[in-house]
Design a protein around this ligand. Structure first.
Ligand code: UD1
Length: 341
């Protein structure tokens, strides 16, 4: 059984990926500092998969702790690195915290990998690197635009660190550029935990459906899109998780065409904000009250993925529909609120 280290494994995408890794027969080691997640998630992952994982509470920004982790967990075959801070607004307020947290952690892990002879690394990147793309759907070769936020910049810099490290060091890596991951595991045991007012669209929709928010503000209705609202490529978090299994297998089987590769992880379909509100009503029977509001600073007009490279090289494609995504998000919201068991 191959052993995979999942940093940030108790977080939103990390927890879903850990479940899929266990389902696929891998041994899973999670390293997380629990700064934005809870230890209960470990039990939930184990409950869903019916298998045990090894958990380490680690500050990845501390080089000594990372070395100790690699020393204790011998024979790690690959690392999937999720652990990062990810709030765009917060990153603008606290740039140094973001650069320190996101970059130091990645560098420390790569250094430990070199020291302990671990070769394979999968990185959580984001479609945010494309900014407002010139052509749609956007391919992996599209120009990387100057980042609008320190968060976005840590993703761009993270990719560059990998590109340069793969050139001269015994490291092979894949960056997965996620589009907009949404939804939750069908069990309703794991999902995206909200702290305060949600920034992202789907949690805001489900909190409005639940009655916690009186209405949804739709940020901008004068974009040059079919209905005037922004267009995104929403993708089920379980599909994002299976993309990581495909990426790890690509590396473990030596199938990467180059030592460093980048893949878009999306469905390839663009949905506007209004499309999402309507799809939620169709999927759940609940109409979301909304108000058309001014544009939100930093939002791009439209972005959706060209998914051909992931299909032809990783043999991966998204399986879930937007209704599946929204039903699972609503199921998660209701379970958290104790409306359903
Ligand atoms: C952005 C990044 C994504 C990154 C994420 C991290 C882009 C294209 N995407 O997601 O890669 O992982 O930040 O935080 O850069 N909306 C409303 N009302 C709301 C909330 C959102 O209308 O209450 C709209 C937004 O204006 C946007 C869409 O819904 O048009 C999606 O927003 P959100 O869920 O926040 O994701 P992005 O900003 O696309």
């Amino acid at each position: 059984m191959k052993k995979i280290l999942v940093t940030g494994g108790t977080g939103y995408i990390g927890s879903h990926t850990s479940v899929e890794l266990l389902n696929a027969g891998y041994t899973v080691v999670i390293a997380d500092n629990l700064s934005n997640s809870s230890i209960d998630v470990v039990d939930r992952i184990e409950e869903i998969a019916g298998k045990k994982i090894s958990f380490h509470k680690v500050e990845l920004c501390n080089r000594t702790e990372v070395d100790l982790l690699f020393e204790q967990e011998k024979d790690i075959d690959a690392v999937i690195h999720f652990a990062a801070k990810l709030q765009v607004n917060q990153s603008v307020q606290e740039p140094l915290m973001y650069y320190e947290n996101n970059l130091f952690a990645q560098i420390n892990i790569l250094q430990s990998m070199l020291k302990f002879g671990v070769k394979h690394f999968v990185f959580s990147s984001s479609c945010t690197v494309y900014g407002n793309p010139d052509t749609l759907p956007v391919t992996e070769t599209a120009q990387v635009k100057k980042a609008e936020s320190p968060y976005g910049n840590t993703k761009q810099m993270g990719e560059e660190i990998l590109e340069h490290s793969c050139k001269t060091k015994p490291i092979e890596a894949i960056s997965l550029r996620y589009f907009n991951p949404v939804g939750a595991h069908e069990s309703g045991l794991i999902g995206e935990v909200q702290h305060g007012v949600p920034h992202h669209l789907v949690p805001y929709i489900t909190e409005t459906a639940f009655g916690k928010r009186p209405f949804l503000n739709i940020f901008g209705s004068d974009y040059k899109t079919p209905d005037g609202t922004c267009v995104r490529d929403y993708i089920h978090v379980v599909d994002v998780a299976t993309a990581h299994i495909a990426a790890v297998e690509q590396l473990l089987h030596g199938l990467n065409k180059k030592k460093y590769e980048i893949f878009n992880i999306g469905t390839g379909i663009g949905y506007s904000v209004l499309n999402m509100v309507n799809a939620f009503a169709k999927a759940t029977g609940i109409n979301i009250p909304y108000q058309l509001s001014p544009r939100r600073a930093g939002d791009v007009e439209a972005v959706y993925a060209d998914t051909k490279k992931a299909l032809s090289e990783l043999k991966w494609k998204a399986r879930y529909t937007v209704e599946d995504m929204l039903c699972s998000a609503w199921n998660w919201e209701q379970k958290q609120r104790g409306i359903i068991n």
